[in-house]
Design a protein around this ligand. Sequence first.
Ligand code: MN
Length: 294
Amino acid sequence: MRLCRFDGDRLGVVEGDEVLDVSAALDALPVVRYPLPAHDLLVEALPRLRPRIESLCPTAPRRPLAAVRLEPPVANPGKIIGAPINYHAHATESAADSGIAHGRQITSIGEWGLFLKARSALIGPGEPIRLRFPQRRNDHEVELGVVIGRTARHVTRDEALDHVAGYLVALDITLRGPEFVCFRKSIDTYAVTGPWLVTADEIPDPGRLDLWLAVNGERRQRSNTRHLIYDVPRLIEFASSFYTLQPGDILMTGTPEGVGPLQPGDRIEAGVQGVGVLAVRVAGDDDAPTAAPA
Ligand code: MN
């Protein structure tokens, strides 16, 4: 099942080039009061909500997919976790390009560990990426995104995939520079997810998926998740050994080679096999000063 959020927090099932509006299923979610839970209620409820969603589909209002504004498939991820240097060819290009490495020694994901992107950086395809400092280098990174479905703490790689709700296309937009990685990668709009969540039953093996990215129609990145250094089960094992993973948490699994700079006006298309194609615009940030304050 392909689940999307669209047009002001409506819930949709994507079938072909149409969106079936199943927002009525959201009525079954628990009513919450302050302080709000730190995980995503819809993703948590998905196993029990799914029959209700399916029963709504035959009579659901339909909209053309091209006519809706797609929002992030997960509204409230408690954490967005990133994986640095998780494809060998990207590690090699990073070590060879001072514009990526900025003097850091490229070692290994095992030594570097994972990083976090702020929840406030999250957008869907219906909103442009706004380059905060367009005169600096801002790179695209296409990645397979994993959405956690069940609480995971110290899970082994053998049981890891049982904790996955589904998958999406993720863009880990990155300001290059000397600052800490979380600082540079947490800029507003720098965590793009979409176009929808594909439930895990449709992706029996996340370790054999083509992924690619094009800018203005020009192919920049192309690889397959079989080239991941830490594959999805191992990433979940690694992440859950440091953090409790909660329903709705998003794990961006790392980018393959071919990262490169973006400019205002660019149009990105990024795809993951079996998931879909995310299309998003790049804009400048009209409100921003031209440089960070010293
Ligand atoms: Mn990345």
